[in-house]
Design a protein around this ligand. Sequence first.
Ligand code: SF4
Length: 279
Amino acid sequence: MILPDDFVFTQSNLQDYLDCPYRFYLRHIRHTRWPALVVDDAVAFEERGQIGARFHRLLQQYLLEVPETRLTDLAAADPSPDVLNWWQDFLINVPPWLSGIRWVEATLHAQLAGFHLAAKYDLVLAQPPDGLVIFDWKTSKKRPRKEWLLNRVQTRIYRFILCKSGSALLKNATVEPEQITMQYWYAAFPTAPISLPYDARAHEKDQAFFTRLVNEIGSRKADSFFRTEETRHCRFCVYRSHCDRGTQAGDLAAFEDEELENETDLQDLDFEAIEEIEF
Ligand code: SF4
């Protein structure tokens, strides 16, 4: 096994593996930095990511009960008008859904087949009588199809880990899959959240899926992390030239059309900077 003992599987690195095992190897095992762009318009791409990050911080502060008027001033002062527009739409639409006990930016951990999994949540909300709602804020321009979201590693691992480890939030009460719903809120579509309830069947499938996946990754040797045959994944991959899969970055519009998200940095865990709930 070439994974370090302290390796943590997250939605971000697992999605990389599913897209391309070799990308997983380069990025998460070799930590290879490659000087290439994800998309052609690097400035717009970077700017979009930063605007999204600033909006996420605004919502985080709101959930931690920083006064709304102060946050409205911050949104109004933001160089991007998107932030104020999204903020106003958030205030009109979302607060009525947020009653209950909140865990903001919580990280949950789980053990599976001897491996360590973790998920960082924008918000987990406990609602009476026993519901647990995972909220995830999105600032991408497109609102993806529900089926696409259901198959995303993020949806699967967030619900799975909450089911396995959410007892820590609830003072050791067992969490059943049916208690859990994942709720995506797209700032550009403020009245149309996407709600994905969990159930025992989906949990069983996730248990089998993630067990197989982490065992497969854990048993690979360095030379068996193959390059994907689906070259569409190469268009927006920084290792294109390293892999001889082209030198031209894919264009930003196509990136969005493929329902990819410019939120990688937000999804990556920063274990130093966030409060953790340990298991
Ligand atoms: S360029 Fe393609 S083959 Fe190479 S790491 Fe990226 S996705 Fe994999």
